[in-house]
Design a protein around this ligand. Sequence first.
Ligand SMILES: *Cc1c(COP(=O)(O)O)cnc(C)c1O
Length: 377
Amino acid sequence: MSHYSSGDAARSAVSLRSALQSLPPYKPGKSAASSDVITYKLSSNENPYPPLPSVLDAVNQMSPEMNLYPDMTCQAVTEAVASRWGVEPSSVSFGSGSVEVASQIIRAVCEEGDEVVFAWRSFEAYPILTGLAGAKAVHVPLDENERHDLPAMAAAVTERTKVILVCTPNNPTGTSVTADELHEFMKQVPEHVLVVVDEAYVHFNVDPDAARGIDFFRAYPNVVVLHTFSKAYGLAGLRIGYAISPDYISAALRAVAIPFGVTNLAQQAALASLAAESEVEERITALVEQRDHVHQRLTEQGWDVVESQANFVWLRTGEHTAAAEEIFTRHGVIVRAFTDEGIRVSIGSPAGNQAFLVAAEEVRAHLDGAATSRNEG
Ligand SMILES: *Cc1c(COP(=O)(O)O)cnc(C)c1O
């Protein structure tokens, strides 16, 4: 299904690109609807904390200059990120969110009809960015533990494959790939295929065996790492993310980037966030504790829920997804539902998480009731 219908054909004087017809719609997380119930928006993996005071100050100081174009080279924040990771500034490039950076990669690398391989279900933007670039999306199903099936992804590589997107921790399942698995995978993948490690949620990953993209960037000539300030750093509304890539790739990404796509406000906020890393760490630690608490309580309620290394949990509700979403909504908990597959719920404030857990218990009872009546019927 497409979100573009040609509508009244007689009035469509301009023909749109055929690629638009086959794009899946990007469904943003629903907003908290105004109603009598207090609502918690746990549908977009946003950070529940307000901006740090020092970050707000940095933005306020820059705001009188909004009549001016931003620094297109993102110089100061490029240097800060480079020193944060111990890489050359020439390896760092920015976009308005790491979604834009992912789009830059596909547009810079893929010719019409080239293939982009990714796990499925994974980040919703992947098939859209791929289709828009005129490339072909190759979906490789997650394994039975909701994890990337890296051997199957390596086996999906053909002569047309240009890019492989590895999302770890994976949105929406929260599972991450291990370093051993990713090394094994890199051995199978030809060097002319670019492997993009999308680490939007890496800050929440406490698995000591997990792959760290930066190590793979250092070890292989065909790895790009994607990071964002939207999740752990809480700057989703300002739109800033970056890639760490081999220099010739960084240069190509800058060439295809939207000119002046990253505002000075975003650049300053990112700089101030990097300078406040210990405060950011405290918040991450608190969110990880909340996540583990939510996981534990769900398990006690009888949910078979995979361990998440991100700031959300994944409930495999299958055919009962719509009914489950309805119950959550009634409790004022706005979740991200994927029809007939499952529900992703972001870790929010303690009050939001508590409201989610209360609703989850009712959903569990509903699902158990449905299973019982089927067995009896
Ligand atoms: C949220 C997210 C991003 C980053 O989004 P931006 O706000 O554009 O930086 C990238 N990849 C995945 C998998 C995400 O979930």
